[in-house]
Write a protein that binds this ligand. Structure first.
Ligand code: AMP
Length: 418
């Protein structure tokens, strides 16, 4: 076929959708249990929202956004992440006037112009959860606990929770300077991109995957040695609250996360099963984001889970194969009319039944029933119509029974719900 999907953009096919629905359903159940409400936000936003919110000198804004002008000349961007849009919605609808604390989640596609590879796509899906309006470290721990509970409930194992503190507006500049000095002394080891980052945003160097840069990073000063007393206190309390909840974590001072808006707590959950793209989810606190996008001083914290990566880690038994409850094999005009009447009634009762639309032979209808893995089959031929009784065959245990046509819907309803 000549017209294909765009590189880095994937179809999610019906045979995979069961896992997606399972993951989304579990997220709704767990998050709502923690008091979160769903919000749906647009896929397109004004470019400024992201360039200001995420930061001009980040990889996302510098080179990964799908930005274009619409027919009126406005610069628009396909959302590369959801936090900035959720913060915009919270401000725009003055959600704080009802209650300053908002716990929100959303799910949907994000767009980044990255080099497509396994686990990295240009359209990918995220589940996001955010708490706006609370600075207390208790909520940092609460959000992480919810995330871990969700990952457990979908069946993920062997995960590692990594945490760090990135400091705040007061202490980060000093660390940044220190880092700059350090990397300047190693600049001969740095790749071209990192040479540039040295001036624009030296923290970004930590995310570089080039071997010589990784060697330089190994001896870099640690952010946690530079954060101010307030940030130390906050981080200490987050760790204590995680410990109270019995959550194991490791400290990861080189984890800086790819977005500029993070302050204080940053965290990731990684799976070593995933290879180099090993972060299933990441998040953190962003106490400056609201001001960056023109709002008041409101703290926030949240995370984003990558759906594709999460789904690739799901255990085998989470694969859901959808099978019809019944296949109606009909012969002759009367049989077909009866089959049509029957499946309509079944569908109205929520029972998935299939029939053959093409008037094929009984043998070929039975083959199709097999292929669809129908749980039961009913044969409606002249004989059955004459007797007003149908033979219901269980395709798993091969048992058969005769059931009056008039009672078929009720009998099936009982069997399906058993
Ligand atoms: P971020 O918004 O960059 O913090 O990413 C949060 C999560 O989204 C990551 O941990 C990944 O699981 C997922 N993710 C980010 N970028 C991509 C991508 N290009 N393709 C697939 N998943 C991604």
């Amino acid at each position: 076929m000549e017209i294909k999907a765009i590189r880095g953009f994937n179809d999610v096919l019906p045979e995979e959708i069961g896992k997606w629905q399972f993951v989304e359903g579990t997220a709704r159940t767990v998050f709502e249990g923690f008091g979160f409400s769903e919000i749906r936000i647009p896929i397109l936003e004004q470019t400024r929202l992201f360039s200001r919110g995420i930061g001009e000198a980040t990889d996302i804004v510098e080179k990964e956004m799908y930005t274009f002008q619409d027919r009126s000349g406005n610069s628009l961007t396909l959302r590369p992440e959801a936090t900035a849009s959720m913060a915009r919605a919270y401000l725009e609808h003055q959600m704080y006037s009802f209650d300053p604390v908002a716990k929100l989640y959303c799910m949907g596609p994000m767009f980044r112009y990255e080099r497509p590879q396994k686990g990295r796509y240009r359209q990918f899906y995220q589940i996001d959860a955010e708490v706006f309006g609370v600075a207390n470290p208790m909520v940092d721990a609460e959000v992480i606990i919810m995330l871990i509970e969700f990952l457990k409930r979908v069946g993920l194992e062997n995960l590692e929770l990594q945490v760090n503190s990135l400091g705040c507006r007061e202490c980060r500049p000093q660390y940044r300077e220190e880092l700059k000095r350090f990397f300047e002394s190693k600049s001969f080891q740095l790749c071209e991109d990192c040479q540039r980052r040295l001036n624009s945003n030296p923290l970004r160097i930590f995310d570089c995957k080039v071997e010589t840069c990784k060697e330089a990073i190994a001896g870099a000063p640690k952010v946690t040695d530079f954060i101010c007393a307030e940030c130390q206190k906050h981080f200490g309390e987050v760790k204590a609250y995680l410990a109270i909840a019995g959550l194991a974590f490791i400290l990861k001072p080189e984890m800086v996360r790819g977005l500029d808006y993070y302050t204080r707590t940053a965290f990731e959950v990684v799976s070593y099963q995933l290879g180099s793209q090993n972060a299933v989810t990441g998040g953190g606190r962003y106490d400056n984001l609201f001001q960056e996008i023109g709002g008041p001083d409101i703290p926030g914290i949240g995370f984003a889970i990558g759906m594709e990566r999460l789904i690739s880690l799901l255990p085998k038994e989470k694969e859901v194969v959808r099978r019809p409850d019944l296949f109606v094999a009909a012969l002759g005009l009367e049989g077909q009319t009866e089959a049509y009447r029957l499946i309509n009634q079944l569908h109205l009762n929520g029972i998935w039944a299939e029939l053959d639309y093409e008037g094929k032979s009984l043998k070929s209808q039975m083959r199709r029933a097999d292929k669809l893995q129908a749980r039961r089959v009913i044969i409606l031929g002249d004989e059955e119509i004459k007797k007003s009784r149908a033979v219901l065959r269980d395709m798993e245990d091969k048992s058969q029974e005769e059931i009056p046509l008039s009672n078929l819907v009720n009998a099936l309803k009982e069997k399906v719900t058993q």
